[in-house]
Design a protein around this ligand. Structure first.
Ligand SMILES: Nc1nc2c(ncn2[C@@H]2O[C@H](COP(=O)(O)OP(=O)(O)O)[C@@H](O)[C@H]2O)c(=O)[nH]1
Ligand SMILES: [Mg+2]
Length: 587
């Protein structure tokens, strides 16, 4: 009996297998436009189902099923293994076996099989001898290719599904029957080499030399090619010779002594028939299934790996080119955008600044918003520039409001989008050709999978731009509105105001007459310091906003769009390609 710890370990290993398969399944599911992902997902589901079944019968008896084409000697082999000639009907009339014949120790050994197939189709033969069949159940199956095989195939396939070990019996006189070997392929795939046997029966009918030198190597080669998996051993047997009464007809005496039957018998009835093999066999099977899924994913993806790597870089180039074209189109309307952004920025600052400089910021913001940039005249510096500032702000008077609106929605995205679309449109047919050659569905040709509808996309762009701009501005404005900074800029004006105010009040209280020019002098001084502070602040603001601010907002917009699935053109196809490339590294 297995210890509890051992069973836990076994369940852990089964869980690991399941995890591997689920990983492949979910990767396949995330590349829906890649055609092989559909059969791959089906394979995963089938493998998971098989592992579920294995887990349910973790330490039940091993079901060893004998399969093969009609007349190959399946029933004879069962009888020979069981040591009882009459167990399963044999003979020349086809088909002889219309049911599955189960040879086991107790009726309960068949319960599991009965869960899969109709009990009316099962004949149970009980083993009466003292030893043997402690952990193994032998099953003879109906022919897979007799005249009535269509009728029995469902029964046969259900039986194979419930089996743990498969013995494929081939007729030595016609071993390479293609249909038989091809038919078995999907079933044998699911068995690891340790649980799969191929028996070349009726060897007694074949001349020894021909058997050794041609027939056997030929069959091995053929199996290797057709099943694409190494069969551990092909055993040459003569099942009939191991019946209690072979009753060879006089003209059919065995031609030689070559016979691996004892080996086969030992493998099934000695090696497998041990309690220690039960759980191990299930784990081997599960690990084989997980490996199978991995190999299948890997080989499907390997086939197109190089192609897809090339397409990936083509898409990247296409995107870079398209982005550049779009940016250039954007830059054309950049000037207007920046005017509006300045106005917005000062408005944001106005809400944060206090003191005399704060009032000027508010005033300035209002002027900018109203389009009356006349205060630009007050900028210090080249008089010609001052004049130009006045003229240009007057000229733009009406435009500024529109510019603010534009800054908020990000200007007119249509030209940029159009440029993007054109750039993609030019390259996509060629790229999609390569994609379909690498197994992608023809649907990828349709343009909408790579470039979204302009309307929704433009709306999305605007709202992303607005939030990117607002966030960046907010952060910058907060950084430029620190308490100390505000104190620093307000202090000179406040100090002057306090000083002159104090003097006036003091003069008034002491009834002292102030000089006639005093108020004019005081006002001009205060105004000059006040304006100077504000102009200095403008310089600081210019450093903190302007081009840098725009770029920052634009970068953050791009980042935002990159994360939004299906919005940035061709992102989803690129991700599917990545997934397939990751599948190519599964093994
Ligand atoms: N010469 C020879 N005949 C065999 C051998 N095994 C089975 N047969 C004969 O082949 C015929 C078909 O056998 P059977 O077990 O009914 O084949 P099944 O249809 O695969 O179950 C019978 O007449 C058997 O006696 C063998 O090893 N050597
Ligand atoms: Mg038979």
């Amino acid at each position: 009996m297995q210890t509890e710890q051992y069973r836990l370990m076994a369940r852990g290993r089964l869980a690991a297998c399941r995890q591997t398969i689920e990983g492949v399944e979910s990767m396949a599911a995330s590349a829906p436009n890649w055609a092989p992902s559909i059969p791959l997902q089906a394979e995963c589901r089938a493998a998971l189902e098989m592992i579920d079944r294995l887990e349910q019968r973790l330490d039940r008896k091993l079901i060893v099923t004998i399969v093969g084409p009609t007349g190959s000697g399946k029933s004879t082999l069962l009888n020979a293994l069981a040591g009882s000639d009459e167990l399963s009907p044999t003979g020349i009339d086809r088909p002889t076996t219309r049911q599955i014949v189960v040879f086991c120790r107790q009726k309960t050994d068949v319960d599991e099989l009965l869960g899969e197939v109709d009990p009316g189709q099962v004949t149970i033969r009980l083993h009466s001898k003292g030893s043997g069949l402690q952990h193994v159940v032998l099953v003879d199956s109906p022919d897979m290719d007799s005249t009535e095989s269509a009728q029995y195939r469902p029964l046969l396939e259900k039986t194979i599904r419930a089996s743990d070990v498969l013995i494929c019996v081939l007729n030595g006189e016609n071993p390479k029957r293609r249909d038989a070997i091809a038919y078995l392929k999907p079933f044998v795939d699911h068995y690891p080499g340790s649980l799969l046997y191929v028996a070349l029966n009726r060897c007694d009918r074949l001349p020894a030399d021909e058997l050794r030198q041609h027939i056997l190597p030929d069959l091995q080669h053929h199996l290797q090619r057709s099943w694409q998996s190494p069969v551990r051993a092909v055993l040459c047997i003569s099942a009939r010779g191991h019946l209690s009464d072979p009753s060879w007809p006089p003209d059919e005496q065995p031609l030689h002594e070559i016979d691996d039957f004892p080996k086969l018998r030992a493998a099934i009835l000695d090696n497998l028939d041990q309690s220690g093999r039960l759980v191990d066999a299930r784990i081997e099977r599960a690990e084989h299934l997980a490996g199978l899924v991995r190999t299948s994913a890997d080989s499907r993806a390997q086939e197109v790996k190089v192609q897809l790597q090339a397409v990936r870089s083509e898409i990247e180039q296409m995107e870079a080119g398209a982005r550049l074209a779009a940016m250039q189109a954007m830059q054309a309307s950049l000037g207007e955008l920046r005017t509006g952004m300045q106005a917005m920025f000062y408005q944001n600052l106005a809400g944060r600044w206090w003191g005399p400089v704060g009032w000027l910021v508010g005033l300035w913001a209002r002027f900018l918003m109203a389009g009356a940039g006349a205060l630009a005249v007050l900028r210090f510096g080249n008089p010609a520039l001052q004049l130009w500032g006045l003229v240009s702000s007057l000229l733009r008077r009406r435009k500024t409001r529109a510019a603010v609106e534009e800054a908020v929605v990000g200007g007119d995205w249509q030209p940029a989008l159009l440029k993007y679309r054109l750039a993609v449109q030019q390259k996509w047919p060629q790229i999609s050709d390569r994609l379909t050659a690498a197994g992608f569905l023809p649907a990828v040709r349709s343009f909408s999978t790579v470039v979204p509808e302009q309307g929704p996309f433009a709306r999305r762009l605007s709202s992303s731009w607005r939030s990117a701009l607002e966030t960046v501005m907010d952060r910058r404005a907060a950084a430029l509105s620190g308490f100390l900074l505000q104190l620093l800029f307000n202090l000179p004006t406040l100090a002057l105001m306090t000083l002159f105010g104090y003097r006036s009040v003091e003069g008034f209280l002491l009834n002292r007459v102030l000089p006639s020019g005093y108020f004019l002098h005081a006002s001009v001084s205060i105004a000059l310091v006040w304006l100077l502070s504000f102009v200095l602040l403008q310089v600081v603001v210019r450093f903190g906003s302007g081009k840098g601010l725009f770029k920052k907002a634009f970068d953050s917009l791009l980042k935002d769009l990159d994360g939004a699935e299906g919005l940035l053109p061709s992102t989803s196809i690129r991700e599917e390609i990545e997934t397939v490339l990751r599948l190519a590294d599964m093994r």
